[in-house]
Design a protein around this ligand. Sequence first.
Ligand SMILES: *[C@@H]1O[C@H](CO)[C@@H](O)[C@H](O)[C@H]1NC(C)=O
Ligand SMILES: *[C@@H]1O[C@H](CO)[C@@H](O)[C@H](O)[C@H]1NC(C)=O
Ligand SMILES: *[C@@H]1O[C@H](CO)[C@@H](O)[C@H](O)[C@H]1NC(C)=O
Ligand SMILES: *[C@@H]1O[C@H](CO)[C@@H](O)[C@H](O)[C@H]1NC(C)=O
Ligand SMILES: *[C@@H]1O[C@H](CO)[C@@H](O)[C@H](O)[C@H]1NC(C)=O
Ligand SMILES: *[C@@H]1O[C@H](CO)[C@@H](O)[C@H](O)[C@H]1NC(C)=O
Ligand SMILES: *[C@@H]1O[C@H](CO)[C@@H](O)[C@H](O)[C@H]1NC(C)=O
Length: 919
Amino acid sequence: MGHCSASAFIQLVSLIILSGILSLETIKLGFCNDDNSVGCTDIERKALLMLKQGLTDPSDRLSSWVGEDCCKWSGVGCNNITGRVNMLDLRNRYSDGLNGYRSIEHAFGGEINPSLLVLKDLVYLDLSMNYFGGVQLPSFIGSLEKLKYLNLSGASFGGIIPHNIGNLSRLLYLDLGNNYGHPIETDLQWLATLSSLKYLNLEGVNLAKTTSYWLPTVNMLPSLVELHLPSCGLSILPFTLPSINFTSLLVLDLSMNVFNSPLPPWLFNLTELEMLDLTYNSMTGELPDSLGYLKSLRYLKLSVNSFQGSMPKSIGNLTSLEEFNLGWNQMSGIIPESLWELSSLVSLHIFGNTWEGAITEAHFAKLGGLRDVSIGNDSPNISLVFNISSDWIPPFKLRSLYIRSCQLGPKFPTWLRNQTELTNLVLRNSRISDTTPDWFWQLVLQLDVLDIAYNQLSGRVPNSVRFSYDSLVDLSSNRYEGPLPLWSSNITVLYLSDNLFSGPIPHNIGQVMPHLTHLDISRNSLSGSIPLSFGNLSQLTTMVISNNHLSGEIPHFWNNIPFLVAIDMSSNSLSGKIPRTLGSLTSLKYLIVSSNNLSGEVPSLKNCSDMRILDLGDNKFSGPIPASIGESMPSLKILCLRNNSFTRSIPLQLCGLSTLHILDLSHNNLSGNIPHCIDNLSGLKYEVKDIGIEVYGYQGRLGVVSKGRVLVYDSILYLVYSIDLSDNNLSGEIPVGITSLLKLGTLNLSMNHLTGNIPTNIGNLRSIETLDLSVNKLSGSIPQSMVSLTLLNHLNLSYNNLFGKIPTGNQFQTFVDPSIYEGNAGLSGCPLPIGCQENEETPKVPSGDGGEDDDDSKLEKLQFVISMVIGFCAGFWGVFGTLAIKKSWRYAYFQFLDKVKYGILDFVSAIGTYLHKGS
Ligand SMILES: *[C@@H]1O[C@H](CO)[C@@H](O)[C@H](O)[C@H]1NC(C)=O
Ligand SMILES: *[C@@H]1O[C@H](CO)[C@@H](O)[C@H](O)[C@H]1NC(C)=O
Ligand SMILES: *[C@@H]1O[C@H](CO)[C@@H](O)[C@H](O)[C@H]1NC(C)=O
Ligand SMILES: *[C@@H]1O[C@H](CO)[C@@H](O)[C@H](O)[C@H]1NC(C)=O
Ligand SMILES: *[C@@H]1O[C@H](CO)[C@@H](O)[C@H](O)[C@H]1NC(C)=O
Ligand SMILES: *[C@@H]1O[C@H](CO)[C@@H](O)[C@H](O)[C@H]1NC(C)=O
Ligand SMILES: *[C@@H]1O[C@H](CO)[C@@H](O)[C@H](O)[C@H]1NC(C)=O
């Protein structure tokens, strides 16, 4: 055993940068790695080799672990006097290029050999970001009694945190966070003895069992500087705390738990606090004035909670505040003047609340450092006004500006002229009715997000605008005209719907923007045919070109666009057949081609096994309904084949569609019986709860006829339950099983040749609002059970062979129009003149429109019947089919756009594929 010569001593300084808050902390360890040194002891070298043996090392990171002097091995540090190993830094520093998280290809795995215990002088152990696949954290770690630094963050240990961690009484830094995907829990009993602890991170560790004692336990640690307990399943944030031990706390992160109480008063005694993070809870109550005591705060993050009331004036006392995030709460009122005094502000996020009043240029005078701003909310109503003169030159240069549903117009904001560093610009629903000035399009920006949708912006859009790689552009619902713009290949999401763009879709669209994943150019005046270059859009997932004047046949390029999730070509003049290659799209969930002139037989869509909505309505399709629809689309929710020329009987296989809740086969030439197996449609029996993203995939508009009018449903589409088989040649009886479809809201069987009775227990259909059985050959009486249909507001039984007394009571009192019963010679009772007794309750004629009723001609009534049978056909579908999270703007943008999507993104982040870890 020799000694290292003095010159051989190298001071190894490991920099620990904590949350960017604590300045650089250093743990100084002697580190002997000179040739003259004798090096590490034999026994420790052998222990390290055994450790190496136990580990899997796919990228050979331990290739330097050969030779005598283990102090020279990478990641190994030794005491400069004793030569004993005191540091092991085996952190995996390689990140996954895709999402910035750890790279599995460089991660150690396997087992931690207990030979580690031989390293008795170990002070520093970092195994973070490796991958141990959820195995129980070995309890012998608790015997490394000299440890000051233990980092197992993201190393994917699971199970229960061993109690003997409590033996590590010299620990200063303990990081066990971030092991998402591998359940790990603890009762915290071991914590109290770690009295020197400065840093504790248990992100994602299940602390649900510690109910309210987690706080008193943590409060035993007088030296604590940083406490990170996000996503720990904590539900109780105790309102009182007798005395505070952790007064040196600088960082408190309790985000993503399930607290649902007001802010506790003891929090405001932590006057040293620089960062408070309570985002993603359900905290309630008002922000008290005592918030102003936290004078050292630099980061105040309270977004996605349920805080109410107005912003406290004392916010102005937080003069060091750099980031203020209050997004997605329920706050309201006028923003206090004191907020605008916070001259250190860099990020101001107060979107998702209902602020009132006016913001003027004077408010921004002191905010020269501002970089990121988001204001507004997702309501269409506007309560906050920007009152800014056209010659204002802002003191700041913003990086991102998100304004939604605030009045900014009517003039285009000229002050944007100086905002030459913008990467995100959102001015959505801002009441700007102006032509977009040329200088705006000429600004040399490299935008990630440009969303100026829902204004009254006009003019032509030049092709010269530049966008960064993987960008989103939304100009929809404006008055832009001229040809569709063609921008750089960098755009991935392009929404131009609901404008006045005209002319053909540029033939080279697929060559110029080959990276498009989402394209919506619906509701314009585009003409010509679908260009063949669409076939170059190999990444496309959403293609919405509906409501234009497109003509010609649907091209055959579908084999080249394998990831398509949604196609909407409805309301154009497309003709010819559906190409067979379209049936090869295995990811397709939404196929909407209604209201065109398409004809021929429907090709096999057998491979489209994930289909959710199939709408072929209002075309000229012929032949039988393909039975394969019922066999190969187990997740189908909406099937619309209305107004075509389909023949033969309804295939029994359709009864297998157990999630179907809208079935519209009306206006065809279908014959035979209504299948008896119709009661297998369990999607019409129970509320089929969609899970996760699916619910929100259901975005779009669907015209639904109810109460004789077309109502447009959008995001509540999944709540519509209906069957429409009207205007066919169906015969036989109404299957009794139909009365078991308890969620049915609309049932239309009119204009067929149905015979037999109305099923006696039709009163079971408690949810039904619209029931049309008119123009059939039904006989028997109107079942008395129908009086229990208390939601029924539209009934038509005309032109059948019904007889007997019309039931009275409940909803029947409101059916005052006798025409709904006419053409049934045998019916009597109110509102018909025959058999309506004086002593019976007479249905009440609503005042006012009685006169019009009297003037109703036969024709108008027929029209009414026709409008009743207009079925369901889909319009526009804005489906965020894939929420691929490649880039930070997606997170920021969706968090601005929608709390729900924000939540989804967060869920994705929680399973460890999200990039805030990396950046
Ligand atoms: C050995 O390391 C300690 C810190 O651990 C340092 O203070 C000391 O100066 C070092 N000795 C020599 C000779 O470099
Ligand atoms: C632990 O390791 C993770 C990932 O390598 C790192 O981000 C974190 O800052 C480390 N914790 C401490 C206390 O150094
Ligand atoms: C404060 O810390 C000390 C030392 O850890 C402990 O003895 C005491 O009980 C703590 N006080 C509270 C209120 O937790
Ligand atoms: C908080 O501070 C107030 C006033 O300084 C004091 O009265 C109170 O006891 C403190 N609360 C705790 C829990 O320390
Ligand atoms: C905020 O500052 C004002 C003026 O300096 C002071 O009067 C007030 O007490 C402070 N409020 C808080 C909560 O610190
Ligand atoms: C802002 O824009 C105006 C008009 O283009 C220009 O005259 C002025 O120099 C710009 N100021 C700054 C600070 O960029
Ligand atoms: C595409 O994006 C890259 C990187 O963001 C940028 O350097 C390039 O200039 C952009 N191209 C165009 C045509 O805007």
